[in-house]
Structures are given as structure tokens and as C-alpha cells.
Design a protein around this ligand. Sequence first.
Ligand code: PLP
Length: 270
Amino acid sequence: MPVPSDTQTHHDQHGRYPEAVTVEDFRRNLLEVQARIEAACHRAGRDPAAVRLLPVSKTKPETSLRMAHAAGCRMLGENKVQEAYRKWESMQDLTDLQWSVIGHLQTNKAKLVARFAAEFQALDSLRVAEALDRRLQVEGRSLEVFVQVNTSGEASKYGLAPEGVPDFIQALPSFSALRVRGLMTLALFSGEVERVRQCFVLLRTLRDRLRQSAPVGIGLEELSMGMSGDFEIAIEEGATVVRVGQAIFGARALPDSHYWPSEAPGNSHD
Ligand SMILES: *Cc1c(COP(=O)(O)O)cnc(C)c1O
């Protein structure tokens, strides 16, 4: 059993994940990921039941999503709202399937999220909070939310700068349809384990500090951090949700730069 300091990233190994094409493939991949989660928990002295696996189905076709559901997945993560909405519309027969939107949202698409999503993990502006809350009130729904923090300092990553998070959290109680659960981040894409780990450490220490002064009703229990290439490190640093796509569904055709724009998006603009 390796010790935490030996844990490696797998960002350079995406190609090794073959496409899952049968329900049996999904079952096997889910078991493998779960075993990796348990091993990481074991190294860190944590209870595996405290880590939720969120399968990420972005770019994959409906047939794959249906196989994932048949293999036991009951919530799927998507990073583009319109793609998620389209999939939700065509899979309404799966009444026990829930949707988590994990990518940046523009205010003009808040009404779509308010209509179908159970969870939104990329809250990073008061304008989006306001738009979501207004639409949720209309729909008579509520939404679990995570505040996205930019822990890598890369201009290309969405999320609030860490120093902006305390004031942001204080403003959230005005949005009564938003059920705030915790913080979310994307670490640096790097094979340098220690630099990746620092991103996760930053999110956890920020959460620990904020928890002492969080307004009533604002939960900060959850830390959503870690993906196929780095979720073991995230678990060692306290992740309670890991968002895993390729290790379950198979590699995506396009490189990650396609999903996260390389030009600076700014922190809170649409
Ligand atoms: C795609 C995506 C993931 C999952 O990445 P994989 O490499 O497929 O595991 C996690 N989080 C976010 C925000 C994503 O967009």
C-alpha cells in the first residue's frame, strides 16, 4: 500500500481509458473507481462512505448514459447546460436519475438549470445566484449549490479568487432557493503532484476557516474536488465529492482545453 506522498496524477494517461460500451463495462469501471476511492480513504484514515462519486457524462451519447444508469448511476454530472438539458429532456423515463451541472453558467441559461437540475457546482457570481434564485422561485424548486473557487491561480479557470469567497458566502442567505453545501474546485492540470495537492489543500483550509463564520443555513460540509487524473490526491486532502468522467465512460475524443477555454474568462462576467 503506497503512502500518500507516492500518490501520482494520471493527467497524462487519459488515453488508457477505453470507451465503455456495455453495461458490464460500466459495472467494472465503477467497481475499479470505487476500489481506488477506498484505497485512498484507507491511506488517509477516512471512511469511504464519506466520499460521494459523481459520474461525469459530458460529451457522451444518450446510449452510454442509459448504460451507466443500468449499472447503478443515479446522478450524472454535465458541464454544459444545454447539453445537459437536452439529455434530461430525452431521458425523462428514467425517473430516478438526477442531474448535476458542474460547469460555468451564464445568467441567460439560469432558467434551464432551475427547471431540471438537482445540483449546481459552479456558482461563482452573485448575478448567477440571483438569476437562479429568481427562476427557482418561479418553478417552486430548490437547488443544491457549491461555490467554485479558483485554487490554481490560472486565468483560464473559472471560479472566485480565494480572497473573494468570504464576502460572497455572507451574501448567499438572501437566495432562499439555493441550498449551499460547500466548495468546488478544479486543480492545476499537472503531473507535479505537489502543485496539484496544493490546490486541494487551499480549498480545504479555506472551507475550514469559513465554516467558523458561515451564516446560519449556509452549509460548508462538502468539498467537491478531484477528477479521473487526480481524485486520489483530492481524497487524501479531504474531498467529499469526486467528479469522475473518463475513468468510468472512457476517454473523451477532444483534449481538455476544449472544455475549459484557454483565454481568460474573467471571474464573474458572462
Ligand atoms: C469533465 C469534468 C470532470 C471530469 O473529468 P474526467 O477527466 O473525465 O474525470 C470533473 N469536473 C469538471 C468540472 C468537468 O468539467
